[in-house]
Unconditional design. Structure first.
Length: 433
């Protein structure tokens, strides 16, 4: 019996996997992963003392008793175990990637599928080379359908995650200017994300495609996809829709199978229209009734500071600071322009991982923001500060400088867009707004 086979037998008896001693549960399997600044092998004894049934390690020095399982590489073993577990599952798995809207779309799809099925979806943003295996290993025997989010910042990463998740269906939300540094530019982003289409083609999978997105259409043709399900504005699609309003929450009509329906969603941002259509199209394909689709959409409440409206004592804040790149920043700026409010403020922070295009892209966003009719315009971070334009707005190198400004110049009775890359920690400004 191979190491993975024997480890899988242990997993069946101890189906909870943990990689952090702060989250140990009794009877779990502890995988001692290495990080840039830590080696979890050194926490082996602690994990066992806290209740882990076994510890999978790759450092002989920490082999303290028979509950330690020594492997060549813990990360590879985790990935191989997840791949083996996936091969035992006889359920549809929807693989989802894209530059923007991955997590929101994943949550919307899960919201509608869960109205009919026992569904599983990636928790939070566990979408990388560690998160995807952990997600797959969280799929239990009662699960009927799963949605696995796959993130990437360089080529061949989506291909590797597909080999683990083995999607039967797939969806790319869009292609934007995200992780340009790792992908080597925009064409590299297209090539990297297209790895999902390539996997689906090679494994007779189905792809849900936004027909209104010429880049996705081009990529699907290039991949040779034939099993395709389309959504978009036109009625020739399997699912079509029309945005009625997004001020501030979204209202839309949609059609499928010759019938039309109407729904309201507790989600802001016209840019989320295509994400909602993607969820409807996916659910329709899996024979979720229109009534249940609408029930799932209407019950969905955004969280984790993605297109989330927060009413403070002084303002209404669009909390969209989980992440940012030029494409999502442009969409957020266009959206606040459409919203009706007498007073508006824009507070945006640096966009990370843009490589050689960073200065150009930050200048572009400054120009886009300056074009809008707003009462207050604030740019935060070194990249914006270096690219600053003297025409309009306040520029701050650091978050602390911005905090000091807002304390002395409080904003009240405004609709505020608060957006930036996760590392900017813009949530620290919320108490001042």
């Amino acid at each position: 019996m191979s190491t993975i086979d024997s480890l899988y037998q242990l997993f069946l008896h101890h189906p909870t996997v943990c990689t952090d001693t702060r989250n140990i549960s009794k009877g779990c399997l502890f995988f001692a992963l290495k990080g840039d600044k830590f080696d979890a092998n050194s926490f082996t004894a602690q994990a066992l003392n806290l209740g882990a049934a076994y510890a999978i390690i790759d450092n002989q020095a920490y082999h303290t008793d028979e509950r330690c399982i020594l492997v060549a590489d813990v990360l590879t073993t985790l990935q191989d175990l997840a791949r083996h577990h996936r091969s035992q599952l006889r359920i549809p798995v929807i693989g989802l990637t894209g530059s923007n809207g991955k997590t929101t779309t994943k949550e919307l799809i899960n919201a509608v599928l869960s109205q009919r099925y026992t569904s599983f979806a990636t928790k939070g943003n566990l979408n990388n080379h560690i998160g995807v295996p952990l997600s797959i290993l969280s799929i239990g025997t009662q699960t009927e359908i799963a949605v696995i989010e796959m993130g990437a910042n360089h080529q061949r990463e989506i291909a590797m995650l597909c080999e683990i998740a083995q999607p039967t269906h797939g969806l790319i939300t869009n292609i934007g200017r995200a992780h340009l540094e790792g992908f080597g530019g925009f064409e590299g982003v297209k090539k990297g994300k297209a790895e999902l289409y390539t996997y689906l083609k090679e494994h007779n999978g189905y792809a849900f495609i936004n027909r209104d997105n010429p880049i996705l259409m081009e990529m699907s043709v290039k991949a040779g996809l034939t099993d395709t399900i389309y959504y978009g504005l036109e009625t020739l699609n399997t699912v079509s829709g029309k945005l009625i309003s997004s001020d501030p929450f979204m209202e839309l009509s949609w059609s499928a199978g010759g019938e039309s329906f109407h729904t309201k969603v507790q989600l802001t941002g016209a840019y989320n229209f295509e994400n909602i259509l993607a969820a409807i199209c996916t659910a329709h394909h899996f024979q979720v009734s229109p009534a249940l689709i609408n029930a799932g959409l209407e019950s969905y409440i955004p969280k984790n500071n993605r297109s989330q409206i927060t009413k403070t004592a002084n303002n209404t804040v669009i909390c969209d600071f989980y992440n940012a790149n030029p494409s999502s920043m442009e969409a957020a700026l266009r959206n606040i322009e459409l919203l009706s409010n007498d007073y508006k403020a824009i507070i945006i922070g640096d966009m990370f991982e843009l490589g050689a295009e960073s200065e150009e892209q930050h200048k572009h966003i400054i120009e886009e923001a300056e074009r809008l009719q707003v009462n207050t315009l604030i740019f935060i971070g070194n990249a914006f500060f270096e690219a600053k334009n003297a025409h309009k707005g306040h520029y701050f190198n650091t978050l602390n400088e911005a905090e000091a400004f807002l304390k002395n110049n409080p904003i009240t009775n405004n609709l505020i867009l608060l957006k930036g890359s996760r590392g900017m920690a813009l949530e620290q400004l919320l108490p001042l707004l």
